[in-house]
Design a protein around this ligand. Structure first.
Ligand code: KIV
Ligand code: ZN
Length: 407
């Protein structure tokens, strides 16, 4: 039996961009969106058009540029919001309007100051307007995991009746636990979706470090779309990380027999591009894309990995786009080695750019014992990086090189 497909909805440009220090300008958003297309995501949520003219312009530009993917725009349930999202998506090849309203009593009382009945009505109206403008309408019940479950099902039911074909269950504040979230998604599947042709989506935040675990539990319970971000960036502690969800399904396909359309060899390049754009790298021990994810320091581990990588590696670096390299860059390295490293990182530099980068590199190497790929990318940012210098592949310094039969 063919594995069931899980759609990957990337919200790096919307939820990710909302997090402190992660804002991007229009060109950067378009560049990242193109890379997300190469990565193979199914949906790019490009922004929240009513939030600012910058967001509106970015959604418009991404919709114009990215023709192979679905492009989503976020809006609240007011008519003005929905129309702004629709306008931003006008040129999209595959537009999706994503409308949301909170459903927890806490949000209804203190934030929206609306009754439950009023929220049901707002949901119906927003979706019926959105249906006139987009092929697909997704509805999110903000703070779903702290909502009364009967009421949550009532709102989802109204959303589907009005024309939503994707219903999203967000764990907005990262509060739920995997078994609890499994049951909630199962309840929504049994009580609301039934035999209707409606996809369940989940959107998990990482406040308790459980976003990926909750997302995987939801998939097992019947969710078929996952909302996530590159490097797990997003509001507060972030969103579920795309690379962790995808690789968990790939490495543990025995437990999670699902597939995605992600080209996993594009994971590391995408992660590096995002880091270069927003100006900060992921923590070194971050799963999949951290600098140490494939580094082995302890003697016993080094010996084990040299004998057989399976001893300490459950996936190969190549499978996520980290090419191996024996090259160590330090203060004795020459400009050829530096140019080669940039080449491996996917930056094609002209000779004068290599010279400029080399000048900055030697100064840094005098101060720093070990130079990492992130340092090299930062050196380029310190100069004038052009659009052509976008990375398409990056490598890891000083990793053991070996053949392997892993993923
Ligand atoms: O976290 C959240 O609830 C959201 C919704 C808008 C989907 O980001
Ligand atoms: Zn969110």
């Amino acid at each position: 039996m063919a594995a069931q497909k899980i759609s990957v909805f990337d919200t790096t440009l919307r939820d990710g961009e909302q997090s402190p220090g992660c804002s991007m300008n229009l060109d950067e958003k378009v560049r990242l969106a193109r890379q997300l297309e190469c990565l193979g995501v199914d949906v790019i949520e490009a922004g929240f058009p009513i939030a600012s003219e910058g967001d509106y312009a970015a959604v418009k530009a991404v919709a114009r540029e990215c023709r192979a993917v679905k492009v989503a725009a976020l809006c609240r349930t007011s008519e003005q919001d929905v129309l702004k999202a629709a306008a931003a998506l006008q040129e999209a090849a595959h537009p999706r309007i994503h409308t949301f309203v909170a459903t927890s009593d806490l949000h209804l009382e203190y934030k929206l100051k609306k009754t439950r009945a009023e929220v049901v009505e707002m949901t119906r109206q927003a979706i019926s307007i959105a249906r006139d403008y987009a092929e697909e309408v997704e509805f999110s019940a903000e703070d779903a995991t702290r909502s009364d479950v009967d009421y949550l099902c009532e709102v989802f039911d109204a959303a589907i009746e009005a024309g939503a074909t994707i219903i999203n269950v967000p764990d907005t504040v990262g509060y739920t636990m995997p078994t609890e979230f499994y049951k909630l998604v199962e309840t929504v599947r049994e009580r609301v979706v039934g035999k209707r042709d409606v996809q369940i989506s989940v959107h998990c935040h990482n406040d308790l470090g459980l976003a990926v675990a909750n997302t995987l539990a939801a998939i097992e319970a019947g969710a078929r779309q996952v909302e996530c971000t590159i490097n797990g960036i997003g509001e507060r502690a972030g969103n579920a990380s795309l690379e962790e969800i995808v690789m968990a399904m790939k490495v543990r396909s025995d437990q999670l027999p699902f597939e995605t359309s992600i080209d996993t060899t594009q994971i590391y390049p995408t992660s590096q591009l995002l880091s270069a754009i927003i100006g900060f790298s992921v923590q070194p021990n971050k799963a999949i894309v951290g600098r140490n994810a494939f580094a082995h320091e302890a003697g016993i581990h080094q010996h084990g990995v040299m004998s057989n990588p399976l001893c300490y590696e459950i996936m190969t670096p190549e499978s996520v786009g980290v090419p191996t390299s024996q090259l160590v860059l330090g203060k004795h390295s020459g400009r050829h080695a530096l140019a080669l490293r940039y080449e491996e990182l996917g930056f094609s530099l002209a000779p004068d750019e290599v010279s400029a980068a080399y000048g900055r590199f030697t100064k840094l190497a005098d101060r720093k014992k070990r130079i990492y790929d992130q340092d090299l990318i930062a050196l380029l940012s310190a100069g004038s990086r052009t659009e052509e210098q976008t990375p398409h592949a990056v490598s890891q310094v000083n990793r053991w090189k070996h053949a392997s039969s892993q993923v």
